[in-house]
Design a protein around this ligand. Structure first.
Ligand code: ZN
Length: 165
């Protein structure tokens, strides 16, 4: 599915959430959920540091929060906008939630370059989801430079620390 102008507003919101996550002391990642009808349903932030939960990546947090607040049907066929390309864990969580499309801003390589840290899990989101049934579309990058600016701020803040997604 091609990226269109309609993808920009929810991605800007996801990038804003990534900045808010960093300001709160977490890793700089955010995600939003848009319904098949185009309605922005949810915004989530990485909370892995403040919760002491290594699975607190924005996209996995989003799946959990939406399921609890809106019910699992809200996730089915919806689109997730992620400020950073989702890792293997988050791609799997979104697949099991029934997400139909993922759009990311900064790529996995961008994250490694600008945020850094001792850990890398280089498999691409599209590789994790390749051949999935039902299929999950993966598009990106979108607004990459905006997301990288937040990653770079995170890299400066966490340099030498245990940066992870
Ligand atoms: Zn993740």
């Amino acid at each position: 599915m091609p990226i269109t102008l309609a993808d920009e507003a929810p991605m800007r919101r996801a990038i804003e959430a990534s900045r808010a996550a960093l300001a709160a002391g977490n890793m700089p990642f955010g995600a939003t959920l848009v319904s098949p009808a185009g309605e922005l349903l949810w915004t989530a932030q990485n909370d892995q540091v403040t919760r002491g939960d290594c699975t607190g990546h924005a996209e996995t947090v989003l799946v959990r929060e939406v399921a609890a607040a809106l019910g699992t049907d809200a996730l089915r066929g919806a689109t997730v906008y992620a400020s950073g390309e989702p890792c293997a864990m988050c791609a799997g969580a979104m697949f099991w939630a029934g997400i139909g499309r993922v759009v990311y801003a900064a790529s996995t390589a961008d994250i490694a370059q600008h945020l850094g840290g001792p850990s890398t899990l280089p498999i691409r989101c599209a590789q994790v989801l390749a051949g999935a049934t039902p299929p999950v579309a993966v598009d990106g990058p979108l607004l990459r430079d905006d997301a990288i600016a937040v990653l770079a701020a995170g890299g400066a803040k966490f340099s030498g620390g245990a940066a992870a997604r």
